[in-house]
Write a protein that binds this ligand. Sequence first.
Ligand SMILES: [Zn+2]
Length: 449
Amino acid sequence: MKILLFFLLFLELLVIFVLLFHPSFITGLFSDDYHCKDCNVVLISIDTLRADHLGAYGHYRNTSPNVDLLAAEGLLFEKAFSQSPLTVPSHMTMFTSLYPSVHKVCNYERSEDYCSHYLSFNYSTLAQILHDYGYVTGGFTGGGHVSELFGFSRGFDVWKEYRNRRNESETLQSIVDISNWVETVKDKKFFLFYHTYIVHDPYISPSRFHLWIDINKTNIYLSTEEILNDFNNSEVDFRKIFWAGVNHSDPSDLKQLLGLYDGGVLYADEQVGLIIDKLKEVGVYDKTIIIFTADHGEEFLEHNEFLHWKLYNEILHVPLIIRLPGVESKKINNYVGLVDIVPTLLDFLGIFSLSQFQGVSLKPMIFGYKEAPRIVFSESVQNYRYSVISGDWKYISRKDGVVELYNITDDFYEQKNVAKNFPLVVNHLETLLNETLETIHDESSKSRN
Ligand SMILES: [Zn+2]
């Protein structure tokens, strides 16, 4: 009798613990019955891809025929945001569902107090969780910041890095390797992760993607061959030489860069199409969940500079498309984050891993069960420190003390700072930001103990 009572008490405590600390478990219990327990998983991350340069997100150029087809069959999240403008922290958030200042893994060049350059063994990645649940796992990445050196390879049976991002034959090789790997695992449950820097600067793609540029313009390099011819040294810094030719105040240079960038988007789209073709060829497409996204976008002078390190929407607004077998396509307008990917995916797979997640499962949102307003929180270790989006508003807190507030419903690309006009909104979002910070750090200490 005593044993039975202890057992019942233990069960009760377990239920209370799960309900309190694991919201993704709760959504799993009460949301729609959709599961795809035997599905394979393909996660595609195109480094530096802005959402608004894809056809599916309204771009005026035909940069993404394959991704657009995927979107037409899947769930397109119109308001998906990255939690960091930098490659390492953003991908680690995508892999762990932990906020950047919680997993603490930063790019190489960052050395702020909390930065580590390897994921703590207190945390698990998506690949580790899926591997534990019997998935065969393969990661094929552009290396660099998405490298085993940071812990990204943990949980992968096969991990390959294609480090020469400007070499077309290496890009092709990565797809050949993926195709061969898919052949060997097609009869098992598998998880495939594909990442490429094709879209990243310098915006150099094969000439067949030079559809939207002025080929007579000579100050910006179009190929690595041109650079090597001029500098006669394979160790040259391609990015430095590329950017040295750019005149920031010349509108025709901006136009050329956007044309080159879009060529890279089309090049990346081609690789996505090849991966999807392979899944169809071996007959697993209809039992595979495909998640298409990016770690961050890219600035093209919206805030007077290029590249990606700030917290504005040209950098944080990323594509998120999820194709679920048997589920009709739909556009979803609620705010979501890359931090939500892992709990959402595991919810679909019926895996209720007692892990560290700080995002939530989007399943109730997808099936229309819960449309509660959400906030998006992002952070950077540089001058632009934190941002929070809530409703129409986005608040940015900077280390230099400048306060920024934008109405992103009217001004999505944050051209007019209205902080002075709406002090009450500023106060409200500042409080929300501080509360969010407190919560995510409290939660992390709970899950570690
Ligand atoms: Zn990146």
